[in-house]
Design a protein around this ligand. Structure first.
Ligand code: SAT
Ligand code: MN
Length: 568
């Protein structure tokens, strides 16, 4: 018996449908409307869905890697024996009286040697409809199960206490149960594209990262590609589709998107090639507007989207959320499926703060034409970003590979509503990968160093923070389209067009080399309190020690170098 049959005899669905074409997906979309009370929106191709009120974000506490070894900080482990028993217990009869759907799919361009395939079995039509946007249906995956990543999902009883997302990295299997939230259940999203893929990357010499991929069309470097890691809900989608201000557009600048969330990185002939393994976006809705991300708004208008946990304007049958820059609808359905007439704004928010939109990548008006080039894209710059009101300048460049890896490991960011838990608290988020590590962080860092040391052409490394605030709590940087000014400096650095000012933490722009918006203050953007930095180094020391013996010595060397710099 193969693994799929074994699973089916455990979960016992009443019937099984192989979803090997998009017509079947359309039928399931109908089912979502007729059986689940979701809405078809005015464009006729998009739908609105809502979730269980406690199933609205990724569940880090409920996410596990099955391993018989301790994997260190940020990885919940469960022994393989215990995990197998738990799977048997949680899935036993979980699909009784339900239909099971088998979804074969591909990640990456299907004509690329970098591609990977997966099969997901689920009892949730919502999962099928979303996966059919984010991944490409690929019936060939069913021919041979070798190297296929298997995802098993059941909403079971939706008992939130029994929510689990369990990964067997070596066996290429993921089990999600008692949840129906994107990042927990769309296997291709984080479970495969980051946790399983980064494990595969470690074994095979490549990297799977929580990064966007974009091109900048510009007059300085031809075909400039950057990749950028930012924690969830810190602006990856906005940066990936940045709409440049007129002043830049007139001079031939624009940004074109390759991907907004996941980047698979392959060293090849001494260079770095990257692909986006996804076929769609799963972006945060609140805060998205014609002003903040006109390209994403335009992508929604092209249809075939799934809006989850947004509100709905019932007169226009259009989605609505806080920050959309449209008045609160007269007749509104809230994210919890409550209908209100002329709602009192104080009763809001009406959309959940982590409400999401699932969008086909081809809807993106600024999509790079050859986004799915089977050979990938050559990387010029790597950016790490975070959300911090203090302690990090708006941009700096790392002085060396070791320092870049040090700062990426020590990345900290304020918590957002993309994770369950208290919003705003500063937490370590190494490489913006904290929720997605599947093997020890020290080994992960060593793997990064070995991949980059093998290159003949090194990309440059930059760190950005759009969220720095002044002493009155006001943001010092306008963000959004204006971020192109920072990217322009990055391109100039990559082209060796400008020198830089060295500080104790790295290189920052000389005032005359960066085109700052008139409302900003150079010193406010770049000043870092040395005492706070020193405290942070001390705190980093504790973090480094927690990585234990797997933490590479390079990080300790950078740590003491930075301390010396500060004292001088
Ligand atoms: O919630 S998801 O994991 O699907 C998206 C994200 O948090 O980046
Ligand atoms: Mn993400």
């Amino acid at each position: 018996m193969n693994k799929l049959d074994e699973f089916l005899s455990l979960a016992r669905p009443s019937s099984v449908l192989i979803v090997d074409d998009y017509l079947k997906v359309e039928k399931l979309k109908e089912r979502l409307i007729s059986d689940y009370g979701f809405l078809r929106l005015a464009d006729q191709t998009s739908i609105w869905c809502y979730s269980h009120p406690q199933d609205v974000a990724r569940s880090e506490e409920a996410t596990f890697i099955a391993s018989d070894f301790a994997l260190g900080p940020y990885i919940n482990t469960i022994s393989k024996f215990e995990a197998r028993n738990l799977v048997k217990e949680l899935f036993k009869g979980s699909m009784e009286n339900k239909e099971a759907y088998i979804v074969p799919y591909v990640m990456g361009p299907s004509n690329s040697k970098f591609k990977r395939v997966g099969i997901t079995i689920t009892d949730s039509p919502y999962v099928v409809v979303n996966m059919a946007i984010l991944n490409k249906i690929y019936p060939d995956a069913l021919k041979n199960f070798d190297n296929v990543v298997l995802g098993f999902h059941s909403t079971a009883s939706m008992d939130m206490k029994k929510k689990r997302v369990i990964h067997f990295t070596e066996d290429l299997e993921v089990y999600s149960v008692n949840t129906n939230y994107g990042g927990n259940v769309l296997t291709g999203k984080k479970c495969f594209s980051l946790r399983i893929a980064s494990y595969l990357g470690k074994m095979e010499g490549w990297l799977a990262e929580h990064m966007l991929i974009s091109k900048i069309i510009n007059p300085i470097i031809n075909d400039f590609t950057f990749i950028a890691a930012l924690p969830s809900a810190c602006g990856k989608t906005n940066l990936a589709m940045l709409a440049v201000p007129l002043e830049y557009a007139d001079r031939g600048w624009s940004v074109e998107t390759v991907g907004d969330d996941i980047c698979w990185i392959f060293p090849k002939d001494g260079q770095l090639r990257v692909i986006n393994p996804e076929y769609g976006f799963f972006g945060v809705a609140p805060g998205t507007s014609k002003r903040t991300n006109p390209h994403f708004m335009e992508a929604f208008e092209a249809g075939n989207c799934v809006f989850t946990n947004t509100a709905v304007d019932l007169d226009k049958l259009e989605p609505w959320w806080e920050g959309i820059d449209k008045p609160i609808p007269r007749r509104l359905r809230t994210w919890q499926n409550l209908d209100l007439i002329e709602p009192n704004p104080e009763l809001g928010p009406f959309a959940h703060s982590n409400s999401r939109v699932t969008v086909p990548i081809t809807n993106c008006p600024c999509l790079y034409k050859q986004w799915d080039n089977p050979n990938g894209h050559l990387v010029h710059a790597i950016i790490f970003g975070c959300r911090r009101h203090s302690g990090m300048p708006v941009v700096f460049q790392a002085r060396s590979l070791d320092e870049a890896i040090y700062f990426a490991t020590m990345l900290k960011s304020e918590r957002t509503s993309a994770q369950e838990g208290v919003v705003g608290a500063l937490r370590h988020d190494p490489f913006a990968m904290r929720p997605f590590f599947s093997y020890p962080i020290g080994e992960y860092v060593s793997h990064w160093l070995s991949v980059f040391r093998s290159l003949k052409e090194q990309p440059l490394f930059f760190f950005v923070n759009w969220f720095k605030k002044d002493s009155n709590g006001q943001f010092v940087w306008p963000g959004f389209g204006e971020n192109i000014r920072i990217l322009e400096w990055i391109i100039k650095r990559c082209a060796c067009r400008v020198s830089a000012r060295e500080t104790f933490y790295g290189y920052i722009p000389c005032e005359e080399d960066i085109n700052l918006p008139p409302s900003t203050s150079y010193s406010q953007l770049f000043e870092i309190d040395p005492e706070a930095f020193e405290d942070e180094l001390d705190e980093n020391q504790v973090f480094l020690e927690a990585l234990g013996s797997s933490g590479p010595n390079e990080l300790l060397r950078v740590q003491s170098y930075l301390k010396d710099q500060l004292q001088n």
